[in-house]
Design a binder for this molecule. Structure first.
Ligand code: PBG
Length: 324
């Protein structure tokens, strides 16, 4: 059937028809909200390059958790600004580290909320790289043990899931083995399987104070030009025991999300990162775009590409819009 017998516009004539044939839906239950935790008391500090996103001290977390739950968001991912940094990123795995305290507070005050932790060293090293250095280069194998220790310390504090974002080779297997040896075989790993060396992380690095003091992350994060390599990275993480595969960033990499969706049967998460959020906020503040509409269209594109789960700074805003 072709025009004039077939007319696609028939199914678009009003919102009842449009919603009847809508293929993609957003649900707050599949959003994960990132939270930045910092030392101090009663701190609620807006991040300049991420309007609407705050650095919070531990005592502010319960209120934030309750707000998320009320909006139907069931999970948060935590990033920490430690009191002290050192060459080995020790602050990442100490018992009373910022994240460990944050996890205990959240599990105490809002036990239903899923607490996911970012497992990486860049916020904890004084050089800002995601692993420890040997001769000024990030040493893969020496870093694995510290990452596994970090994941274990999160599980010990009560985390529900760990999410390694460092991009060292072999870290999923190392973390899985360490968790299993310590009776945490019920803690899943959401692997940042496909993480590109992206300039879209700029605002996050201000927020979490974790820009490298020299060089860049291109010897461990992926080259934005590569897509076959994404499949290879994801395959390795599946074989090492990942439970969820993540692609990061999201919008500039929708083709990668779609490819992973076709090739793998694990749940796929997409990280709609800080720069992607900041661009929409900035253009909306200038009055150049309708922020709410662009937010919804953007998150829909990520879902339509094949992501099940979206990690986004828009989680609360989008959940509120869906309630209207
Ligand atoms: C830690 C980490 C980063 C992000 C998440 N985990 C920064 C980086 O890799 O440089 C970025 C998230 C964002 O931009 O929103 N390695």
């Amino acid at each position: 059937m072709v025009f004039p017998e077939y007319r696609p516009r028939r199914m678009r004539q009003n919102s009842a028809f449009r919603s009847l044939i809508r293929e993609t839906h957003l649900s707050p239950a599949q959003f994960i909200y990132p939270i930045f935790v910092m030392p101090g008391k009663k701190v609620r500090e807006e991040i300049p390059s991420m309007p609407g996103v705050f650095r919070l001290s531990v005592d502010q977390l319960a209120a934030e958790a309750k707000e998320c739950l009320k909006l139907g968001i069931n999970g948060v991912i935590l990033f920490g600004l430690p009191e002290k940094k050192d060459a080995m990123g020790t602050g990442a795995h100490i018992k009373d580290g910022i994240i460990q305290r944050a996890i205990r507070e959240l599990k105490n005050k809002a036990p239903e909320l899923m607490v996911i932790t970012d497992v990486c060293l860049c916020e904890y090293t004084d050089h800002g790289h995601c692993g420890c250095l040997i001769n000024n280069s990030v040493d893969n194998d020496a870093t694995l043990e510290i990452l596994a220790k970090t994941a274990l310390s999160h599980a010990n504090a009560g985390a529900d899931m760990v999410a390694p974002s460092d991009m060292m080779d072999g870290r999923v297997a190392e973390i899985r083995a360490t968790l299993d040896e310590n009776n945490f075989d019920n803690i899943p790993i959401m692997s940042y399987a496909v993480k590109y060396a992206s300039a879209f992380y700029g605002p996050f690095r201000d927020a979490a104070d974790c820009a490298p003091t020299f060089g860049d992350r291109r010897s461990y994060q992926m080259d934005p030009a590569n897509s076959r390599e994404a499949l290879r990275e994801a395959t390795l993480d599946v074989d090492e025991g990942a439970d969820i595969l993540m692609v990061k960033p999201a919008v500039a990499y929708l083709d990668i999300i779609s490819k992973l969706r076709d090739e793998f049967d694990l749940p796929i998460a997409a990280y709609h990162v800080s720069g992607e959020y900041a661009m929409i906020k900035a253009a909306a503040e200038k009055g150049w775009i309708d922020g709410d509409k662009v937010m919804e269209e953007t998150l829909l594109s990520i879902k339509r590409a094949g992501a099940d789960i979206i990690i986004t700074y828009f989680a609360k805003d989008m959940a509120r819009l869906l309630q209207k």
